[in-house]
Design a binder for this molecule. Structure first.
Ligand code: PAF
Length: 284
């Protein structure tokens, strides 16, 4: 697997593949890779001849009081993991290579981005969409893959591709979980042993929401109450939101259906975790 660190190097490599008529797939990441990311590589590999993975901790998507400086970085480990999954190219630029000048023009999403994660992390999705747009321009992928764990992010990227007529397919890979239900996340490594023992509460809350729906609840408020009751059992975990929403618009719904998504965000100690589930897709 080759590694390139500059936008020009990336473009040149991908251009060769294009000349040969190969389909190119893209998996953008911020590194600190785990099995969830690596399955996205596997998934893209089924739809493309070449797989480009990117590792870039994007400063534009971190708020002033967020974890940009302590976000885990281990490029050598990431490189070895991607190589073992047969990615073809790793793009790992520096901040200066990606943003040689202060960014003047960004993508500005609408209300879909101001709810849920957006209300807790103002400007976050503008930063995500701006860097994803840059990566789409640099690679020109036929297919790009994102994880379901960041449900709102994936929905916004799908919407950006539609709104801006981008000629590529966005696919969303399933959340990979620990045996006790905790969704894999690069931020799980911040959890102390006590926090780690509480962290499966998020998936337990989602399971409770799914159970309420399976038992016949039709009102979103009832589904939300079922999830809230699980959080209420553990005062050391602080809920940011429990969203019962339409999976495409992310608007809250009054009445649920099989496709309704439940998204939760909570602080476990000093670590903020998110998770989600579609009502008719039982999580283990
Ligand atoms: O999901 C992530 O890791 C990031 O938000 C992404 C999509 C790589 C953009 O920086």
């Amino acid at each position: 697997m080759e590694t390139v660190a500059t936008p020009a190097g990336l473009r040149a490599r991908v251009a060769e593949w294009r000349r040969e008529g190969q389909r190119v797939g893209l998996v953008p990441t911020m590194g600190a890779l785990h099995e969830g990311h690596l399955r996205l590589v596997d998934l893209v590999r089924t739809r493309a001849d070449r797989v480009v993975a990117t590792v870039f901790v994007n400063p534009l998507q971190f708020g002033p009081r967020e974890d940009l400086s302590r976000y885990p970085r281990d490029l050598e480990r990431d490189r070895a993991l991607l190589e073992a999954r047969a990615a073809d190219l790793l793009f790992a630029p520096t901040v200066d290579a990606m943003y040689p000048e202060p960014v003047e023009v960004r993508l500005e999403p609408g209300t879909m981005a101001s709810r849920w994660e957006g209300s807790v992390r103002p400007g976050h999705f503008s930063g995500v969409l701006t860097v994803v747009a840059k990566l789409f321009h640099l690679v020109g992928p036929d297919v790009a893959c994102f994880g379901q764990k960041d449900f709102q992010q994936a929905a916004l990227i799908r919407r950006m591709v539609r709104d801006l007529d981008w000629p590529l397919e966005v696919i969303v890979g399933p959340t990979v979980r620990e045996a006790d239900g905790l969704a894999l996340s690069s931020r799980n490594r911040y959890l102390t042993p006590d926090d780690r023992s509480r962290a499966p509460l998020l998936s337990a809350a989602l399971r409770a929401a799914q159970r309420a729906w399976r038992d016949g609840a039709t009102e979103a408020a009832a589904v939300e109450r079922a999830a809230a009751a699980v959080f209420a059992s553990e005062p050391a975990v602080t809920v940011d939101y429990i969203a019962v929403a339409d999976p495409n618009t992310l608007e809250p719904v009054a009445t649920v259906s099989a496709e309704t998504v439940v998204m939760v965000a909570a602080r476990v100690g000093t670590t903020r975790l998110i998770d989600n589930a579609i009502l008719d897709q039982p999580i283990p």
